[in-house]
Design a protein around this ligand. Structure first.
Ligand code: ADP
Ligand code: NA
Length: 332
């Protein structure tokens, strides 16, 4: 009933990093193709669920757009736009706020992590975040959503919202979306601590490789990455108790489009003293062209704004009729 359509988003909250690239952006590019519609969004409305300096938000939104294009998203082939320019997202989110239950939101691990101990002082938007995310996806009737592993729970909630809406109103209107979480790097870990995911908000810049890092910085961060004294195993089972080692091998695999086992078949037996420079060379070879192109695009703000405005028009052409039908179903 539903034609295949891919949707995903990234928050313009600064520090776009290797985890975002391997877990999300690179896979957005892989899914782009003439046979399916791909819709990609900078989700600024999600970013402001925690405080953002207005000037930095505007800068980060353009920088993220430059990152999408530099990584290989073609604004002619994909719909590329900024969330707040398509009001249908928030309009549908309100309907979903009335479909979803408080308890569903309060169970989310991201809410618990980000709100911390003082939940009473977290923004209401931070609690409602997954409801807006469901609207982002379902306002396009998207069927497939490529994301990193950390978004799995939110996508389950998106399915729950679609199912409850369809049941409540006795319709088969919203698709039950498939998460697409695959590849060697669905969860890239911090370079300083193998138990934490690489994240924009980690206070240690050495914990992540930023998409804007230069070659020397990338090499230095990999050289200093936490590892263990053992040689690399020749099979993935040998990494099960070695999170830092596994993380570096997974990064290598994702950057070189191989499986982790294929990489280990090649590098098994090597020490990190030998493997780290190989990884650094590979990372620089793959990331430098992207950061160079991002910097060039950032010199053309007007062009970026034009691309985003055009993308928003194309997005609204899909979202507006779906919102209108939703209102009719609800009786509005
Ligand atoms: P962040 O979590 O860095 O603040 P977002 O929430 O905007 O970034 O996530 C954008 C996309 O990047 C999502 O699909 C998310 O799952 C993915 N992602 C974020 N961090 C990682 C990571 N460390 N490894 C793999 N994917 C990640
Ligand atoms: Na995230």
């Amino acid at each position: 009933k539903f034609t295949p359509r891919v949707f995903s988003g990234i928050q313009p909250s600064g520090n776009l990093h290797l985890g975002n690239y391997l877990g999300a952006l690179k896979r957005f590019v892989d899914m782009q193709g003439p046979e399916k519609e791909t819709v990609y969004c900078m989700v600024d409305l999600h970013a402001i669920t925690v405080w953002q300096e207005p000037k930095e938000l505007a800068h980060s939104t353009r920088e993220l757009c430059a990152g999408f294009i530099a990584a290989g998203i073609d604004p002619e082939q994909s719909i590329l736009f900024n969330q707040s320019q398509v009001p249908e997202h928030t309009q549908l989110a309100w309907i979903f706020n009335c479909v979803a239950r408080m308890g569903w939101m309060q169970r989310m691990t991201q809410w618990k992590d980000k709100a911390g101990k003082n939940q009473q002082n977290a923004s209401l938007g931070l609690l409602a975040y997954p409801s807006l995310m469901a609207a982002d996806i379902l306002v396009y009737h998207a069927t497939h959503v490529p994301v990193g592993d950390d978004q799995k729970q939110h996508l389950e909630l998106t399915r729950d919202i679609a199912i409850k809406f369809n049941n409540d109103f006795g319709v088969d209107f919203f698709p039950i979306t498939e998460p697409v979480i695959e590849g060697a790097a669905t969860r890239v870990m911090s370079l300083r601590d193998g138990s934490k995911k690489m994240s924009k908000s980690d206070p240690s810049d050495m914990s992540r490789i930023n998409m804007t890092d230069d070659a020397d910085t990338i090499a230095k961060k990999i050289r200093k990455a936490k590892t263990d004294p053992d040689a690399l195993p020749s099979e993935v089972d040998g990494l099960s108790e070695r999170p830092e080692a596994r993380n570096l091998v997974n990064i290598y695999a994702a950057l070189s489009n191989q499986t982790t086992d294929e990489v280990l078949a090649e590098v098994g037996g090597k020490q990190f003293g030998e493997f780290k420079p190989m990884l650094a060379d590979l990372a620089v070879a793959k990331l430098s062209p992207i950061s160079t192109e991002m910097a060039r695009l950032m010199g053309e703000e007007a062009e970026i704004d034009r691309i985003l405005a055009k993308g928003a028009d194309k997005a609204r052409a899909i979202a507006a009729p779906i919102l209108r039908q939703t209102y009719e179903i609800v009786g509005m």
